[in-house]
Design a protein around this ligand. Structure first.
Ligand SMILES: *[C@@H]1O[C@H](CO)[C@@H](O)[C@H](O)[C@H]1NC(C)=O
Ligand SMILES: *[C@@H]1O[C@H](CO)[C@@H](O)[C@H](O)[C@H]1NC(C)=O
Ligand SMILES: *[C@@H]1O[C@H](CO)[C@@H](O)[C@H](O)[C@H]1NC(C)=O
Ligand SMILES: *[C@@H]1O[C@H](CO)[C@@H](O)[C@H](O)[C@H]1NC(C)=O
Ligand SMILES: *[C@@H]1O[C@H](CO)[C@@H](O)[C@H](O)[C@H]1NC(C)=O
Ligand SMILES: *[C@@H]1O[C@H](CO)[C@@H](O)[C@H](O)[C@H]1NC(C)=O
Ligand SMILES: [Cu+2]
Length: 406
């Protein structure tokens, strides 16, 4: 059941209606009484499919290894960030998280306007660099370390710029594989990300990746939605960059860097979750024998199907970050990688496999990025001038990173 890298695909892109630009202040969060700084109390409301004992044992082995590795530099058992499932964090923490996302959406972009004229806010800074790097950070050796630093930067922005007191939550999609809507992630109340987009009865289609010397297409299912989301705190959300992967290469706005204000769309595809994003497959990921095979199980299977399940904005491989749920989806990918690393931290912490460009296809704009194998000494471009070596994005408790998945 090891899937090969031909399963790299992803996503879908839909442009829809527009609304007003985001505005509003970001009030400082109220301190929650009776709470450890930084941690919520569980909502104790978990539903879905219980975690199997074998998966829990692999997870505990990972946690024990991380704890045993502390202190590591300034990362200690007392200050380590505890990333938890959205379905386990308390209501106040969920509200504070959503408040902080909206706070970033109300702060001006820092990205140079000449690079992305359409970048409006701090969330767009993340989307810009994700678009810019898509053909380098997917289907390559950089997928996992690049996104690990990316999530960390997002978590830092939420905490340092918007006063979010907790850590990045993850979408525990295995628990809800057979009924994804049962997860609090997709709640249409004030404490979720909202559910599906309005049903546009879309047909399945094929979309093209721009930027590759040899154009590459992926299949997008028709899905069950496709239009603007209709409930939850992001119904009035305006996104600006993208879409990028379309049925044609848009010569006027190839990377979606021009302003294109529109709503947040989703297109849930239950077939990408049911019987696919299962505990059994999650367990197969954390027990994958080596890093080469992990690329198939984690990227080909879990990553691809998680994005395709959400559909709409979240399924465009380039501008997928437009959906705020992206960060929870990728925290789950990062968690599964972390648990895999934690089964043998010594040998696996810096394990890398993969090309330097998407499936080894040369880029049409950067002939200096050779389609050879990625190494941990390679520089990655995280945007805003930050260009760490790949190895900086591999441990969870070194070089400024300091977190554990609970
Ligand atoms: C707990 O679950 C029930 C039933 O699914 C739901 O009605 C309720 O709002 C949930 N409570 C919290 C705190 O999430
Ligand atoms: C990414 O940004 C760099 C500038 O930092 C630019 O040279 C390159 O063409 C961009 N690539 C894409 C695909 O936008
Ligand atoms: C691209 O831009 C040109 C010149 O502004 C315009 O005539 C054309 O209609 C645009 N094409 C598309 C597909 O938007
Ligand atoms: C894992 O996912 C694949 C689809 O990629 C599916 O065919 C298979 O049944 C799943 N296996 C388990 C054990 O859940
Ligand atoms: C790496 O790139 C080569 C072409 O340069 C390709 O044949 C190979 O399949 C690629 N490997 C992966 C894992 O994408
Ligand atoms: C921990 O040290 C790293 C450098 O190794 C630094 O970037 C980071 O800000 C420090 N974190 C704290 C909480 O002091
Ligand atoms: Cu990505």
């Amino acid at each position: 059941m090891v899937l090969l890298s031909t399963f790299i695909g992803v996503f879908l892109a839909i442009a829809t209606a527009s609304s007003a630009a985001p505005t509003g202040a970001c009030p400082a969060p109220k301190p929650s009484p009776n709470q450890d700084p930084g941690y919520g109390t569980p909502s104790k409301n978990q539903t879905g499919i219980p975690k199997p004992k074998d998966f829990a044992a692999f997870e505990e082995k990972y946690r024990a290894g991380i704890r045993a590795s502390l202190p590591s530099g300034n990362c200690t058992i007392n200050n380590i960030g505890r990333r938890r499932s959205w379905d386990e964090i308390d209501i106040a923490t969920r509200l504070d998280y959503i408040r902080a996302v909206k706070c970033l959406a109300a702060k001006p972009a820092l990205t140079d306007k000449s690079l992305a004229p359409g970048a409006v806010n701090r969330l767009d800074d993340f989307t810009y660099i994700h678009i810019n790097q898509t053909n380098i950070i997917h289907g390559t050796g950089y997928l996992l370390p690049w996104h690990r630093i990316f999530l960390w930067q997002f978590e830092e922005a939420m905490r340092n710029e918007c006063g979010y007191k907790n850590f990045l939550p993850y979408w525990d999609n295995a628990r809800f594989s057979e009924d994804p809507l049962a997860s609090a992630v997709w709640s249409g109340s004030d404490t979720g990300f909202g559910a599906n987009g309005i049903d546009l009865h879309l047909e399945a289609k094929t979309v093209i990746f721009p930027g590759l010397a040899k154009p590459f297409s992926i299949h997008m299912p028709g899905g069950t939605g496709g239009g603007c989301i209709t409930n939850g705190p992001f119904t009035d959300f305006t996104i600006s960059l993208g879409p990028v992967a379309k049925t044609f290469i848009d010569k006027n706005n190839t990377y979606g860097y021009e302003s294109n204000p529109r709503c947040l769309s989703r297109n849930f595809d239950p077939a990408s979750s049911k019987g696919v994003l299962t505990w059994a497959n999650a367990t197969a990921i954390v027990t994958t024998p080596n890093i080469a095979a992990l690329r198939g199980t984690i990227e080909g299977l879990w990553h691809k199907n998680s994005h395709t399940y959400i559909g709409g904005e979240g399924a465009d491989p380039f501008s997928t970050t437009n959906d705020p749920a992206f960060y929870l989806l990728h925290a789950q990918i990062d968690r599964l990688w972390g648990i895999w690393q934690g089964q043998n931290l010594q040998d696996r912490e810096y394990a890398i496999d993969g090309n330097r460009t998407f499936l080894g296809i040369p880029l049409d704009y950067a002939p200096d990025v050779p389609p050879s194998l990625a190494t941990i000494e390679d520089e990655m471009d995280m945007g805003l001038g930050f260009k760490p070596k790949t190895k900086k994005g591999m441990p969870m408790t070194k070089g400024g990173l300091c977190y554990i998945y609970e």
